[in-house]
Design a protein around this ligand. Structure first.
Ligand code: SAM
Ligand code: SF4
Length: 326
């Protein structure tokens, strides 16, 4: 089956599903310390409703799903959602984005339910700094969590590092060295000016070119095709002989809009065709009313913008990624 394309010919096969806007962390670049006004429970899609939406969109070309949030692992019985989505005809790949805190205890149940891949966030390898950036000390150990995912067969384990100048950029090399020992894909993400980042400014953004030149100083680095089943915008490189890869994700200095293959479903059932901007289509209420979602989806894709204008936006002018489903 051919995926439905938007007005610019981009085939949309990939849906990111936020299952909660809540989180057990309060990362400085994502949420204020006091949290956000959380969605009321009745506004949030049930697992049955999420599955019903996916089942209606799969015949229109959806193939791959990513479960995200907020922090998806804090929503009860997450493996049961994975199992339900795994049973939808046409869905070929289910991935999870997580802060990794609960990954070691949950990973086997998630894989058993049908999870194919995981992206784990880790902004430091130092316990005190992890707690400072996340504003929570939950004993998160990135190496332990990544090993648990690797042993459970979620390959390649991808580790996302949001690089912030003067906060964790002195660990770029330490993160990169992990790829010399492990078959992990360490991806450095440029900090984005979304949400309410009172303590962060444009001065904290480290451009990917600078990251790559620092990585090159570590050893011979060659461009790499990256993971076969990746859906995303990372550009990968590999150190000679290394089992793992390093990658950069550059929302600030480059855009990938021309090859964007994704749409998003927020925890309260709104379809977002672009991460940025305000355009959302309510799928929850029509679903609850028993309406057919196909015409709404087709119209939403026809209105998917050509590209975002993040560089023109002001810091704090956009919703936090935890609210959108980052
Ligand atoms: N809680 C999960 C996690 O942290 O991986 C999933 C949701 S989180 C919103 C998804 C991704 O967005 C994470 O990799 C996080 O680091 C990234 N993110 C959130 N706010 C960001 C920002 N302001 N700039 C860059 N990346 C950001
Ligand atoms: Fe939570 Fe992920 Fe946002 Fe951090 S980035 S506060 S872990 S949703």
């Amino acid at each position: 089956m051919i995926a439905l394309a938007d007005q610019f010919g981009r085939r949309i096969e990939y849906l990111r599903i936020s299952v909660t806007d809540r989180c057990n962390f309060r990362c400085v670049y994502c949420m204020p310390a006091e949290g956000l006004p959380w969605l009321p429970k009745q506004d949030i899609l049930t697992y049955e409703e999420i599955t019903a939406i996916v089942a209606q969109l799969a015949p229109l070309g959806l193939r791959r799903l990513r479960i995200t949030g907020g922090e998806p692992t804090i929503r009860p019985n997450l493996p049961s959602l994975v199992r339900m989505l795994h049973g939808v005809p046409g869905i070929e790949d289910i991935a999870l984005s997580t802060n990794g805190v609960r990954l070691p205890e949950m990973v086997d149940a998630l894989v058993d339910a049908g999870l194919d891949r995981v992206n784990m966030s880790a902004d430091s390898l130092r316990a005190d700094r992890i707690a400072a950036i996340a504003r929570r000390n939950l004993g998160f150990d990135p190496r332990h969590a990544a090993l648990a995912a690797e042993h459970a067969g979620l390959l390649p384990v991808k580790i996302n590092v949001v690089v912030m100048r003067g906060i964790n950029d002195d660990e770029i090399e330490d993160f990169a060295r992990l790829t010399l020992e492990h078959p992990w894909h360490v991806r450095f993400i440029e900090l984005m000016p979304v949400g309410d980042m009172r303590t962060l400014t444009w001065d904290h953004v480290v451009p990917s070119d600078e990251i790559l030149s620092r990585l090159s100083a570590l050893g011979s680095l060659a461009p790499d095709a990256g993971p076969e089943r990746g859906n995303g915008p990372a550009a990968y490189h590999r150190f000679a002989g290394a089992p793992g890869c390093v990658g950069v994700i550059t929302p600030m200095t480059h855009t990938y809009c021309g090859s964007c293959n994704r749409v998003r479903l927020t925890a309260d059932g709104r379809l977002r065709t672009c991460l940025y901007g305000d355009h959302e289509v309510n799928l929850r209420d029509p679903l609850r009313a028993g309406d057919d979602l196909e015409p709404l989806y087709v119209r939403a894709l026809s209105e998917k913008p050509r590209e975002h204008n993040l560089l023109q936006m002001q810091v704090g002018g956009l919703r936090a990624l935890s609210q959108i489903g980052g």
